[in-house]
Design a protein around this ligand. Sequence first.
Ligand SMILES: Cc1ncc(COP(=O)(O)O)c(C=O)c1O
Length: 285
Amino acid sequence: MVKSLNEIQKDFPILNQQVNDEQLVYLDNAATAQRPTQVTTALTEFYQTDNANVHRGVHTLAERATADYEAARRKLQKFINAKEPEEVIFTKGTTDGLNLVASTYGQQNVKAGDEIVISITEHHSNLIPWQQLALEKGATLKYIHLTDDGELDLDEAAKLITDKTKIVAVAHASNVMGTINPIKQLAKLAHEHGAIFVGDGAQSVPHIAVDVQDLDVDFYAFSGHKMMGPTGIGILYGKRALLEAMKPYQYGGEMIGFVHQFESTWLNCHTSLKLGRKTSLGQLA
Ligand SMILES: Cc1ncc(COP(=O)(O)O)c(C=O)c1O
């Protein structure tokens, strides 16, 4: 059933107020979207009926909370068409997801003389992690510029992306220009040269259908608060083989397999206890 504009407005009680003696009209959705009653009610109901520490208890509430948490992961897997739920990592948001990739995959795979390619219109969250990684490793950061009509210059991209490139990181939708960038083409270019492609989905996922398998991106980050979800949660999609080869982003909590006094092992992923392999999937906690 399609809702009328009036009915949709009723889902957002925050809009039912005056600001500066005028009816509130909220246009800052690219920064953060308002939450409809359906979202705030679901959050309140969770805290009032099911709240428990996920994956940490065997009592009824813990099982219900864990089931909800994993159901959300499967929903997100379908939403972006990831191959399997283990490829959906809960993060704090887009910034956190991009920093995770720079701090793990980037730290492990970028060395002096390598190159990282981004675009000149990237949000700071998809610029500074790569800039700092390049500075730390002695790698070079290169920028794809725009054509006169405001599109990414793909001819320049084809020249910039070479066998020296290790990472190409570009926003799917630009927060500066509003343009939808041809990231499927950029990912293909990156792969032809043995590099990985990291997509910043902060502005795209709230507006367009995203199919990570069709785009063939290696990592793709987005935020809950820009798509009417809660603040402080986001998603990092990553191809399983890459996630499994990465070192953990953070230590402690649910990522642990066994803890000994002077060494420890990590969970292989959130569903199975395979020891001895150091992976980043354990940071799902
Ligand atoms: C293109 C883009 N990338 C990344 C971010 C950072 O998102 P967050 O603050 O949710 O981590 C934003 C936020 O506006 C953005 O527009």
